[in-house]
Ligand binder design. Structure first.
Ligand SMILES: O=C(O)c1ccccc1N[C@@H]1O[C@H](COP(=O)(O)O)[C@@H](O)[C@H]1O
Length: 208
């Protein structure tokens, strides 16, 4: 099966359009004000309006208030919500919108228990734990923490780039890869060459 790709943290229209035409399955927009990749609704509308058909839009939140999430859903055609904080399943499932739940991977993280708790999630996104940051750290975690069998689609994140994408696919066999820092020229500014190199590695890995 082809490995799906989400690139997260777009702030510029031209970067998202480039990624879409280069072949990404989903673009992520960060609605988390402390992040350097944060976008407001007006900028998100500009980015989404420029996308070609069949590219999914993922809206990322970190322990956000329900009213703010509903406001984003009111104005934007969001395909999937990404909850990147401590949201319980009961808070993720109230929007009548598919969601993925991010998990900060640590030695004692119990993926099976989380998959049971978030059983209606469209995927579990496994990211690197960082004591001072919620995500977008550019740091990889120990992939051996991921069990071989898991009931939900696994979206692997955390420190991915063109140099480790192939090994990530071969080792973890995830449903999808998710990258932010690894395809950037600067915070929130994506690099076309890094996007192309990342997608090339994934395509070639899928073919081998
Ligand atoms: O990108 C951010 O700024 C961000 C902020 C808060 C929570 C999550 C964030 N991004 C997500 O982090 C992972 C890994 O990013 P990276 O490739 O290691 O930079 C990814 O899922 C992003 O969606």
């Amino acid at each position: 099966m082809r490995t799906r790709v989400k690139i997260c943290g777009f702030t510029r229209v031209e970067d998202a359009v480039y990624a879409a035409h280069a072949g990404v399955d989903a673009i992520g927009l960060v609605f988390y004000p402390p992040s350097p990749r944060h976008v407001d609704i007006d900028q998100a509308i500009k980015i989404i309006s420029a996308l070609p058909a069949f590219v999914s839009v993922v809206a990322l939140f970190v322990d956000e208030q329900e009213a703010k999430i509903r406001e984003v859903l009111h104005y934007l055609p969001v395909d999937c919500l990404q909850f990147h904080g401590s949201e319980p399943a009961s808070a993720c499932r109230i929007y009548n919108t598919r969601y993925i739940k991010a998990v900060s991977m640590q030695q004692d993280t119990d993926i099976s228990a989380l998959a049971t708790h978030y059983h209606d999630a469209a995927g579990l996104l496994l990211d690197t734990y960082h004591p001072a940051a919620k995500g977008g750290t550019g740091h990889q975690f120990d992939w051996s923490l991921i069990p071989k069998l898991h009931p939900l689609p696994i979206i692997l994140a955390g420190g991915l780039d063109a140099s480790n994408a192939r090994l990530a696919i071969q080792t973890v066999k995830p449903y999808a890869l998710d990258v932010s820092s690894g395809v950037e020229a600067g915070k929130g500014i994506k690099d076309d060459l890094k996007i192309s190199a990342f997608l090339k590695e994934i395509n070639e890995s899928d073919k081998s």
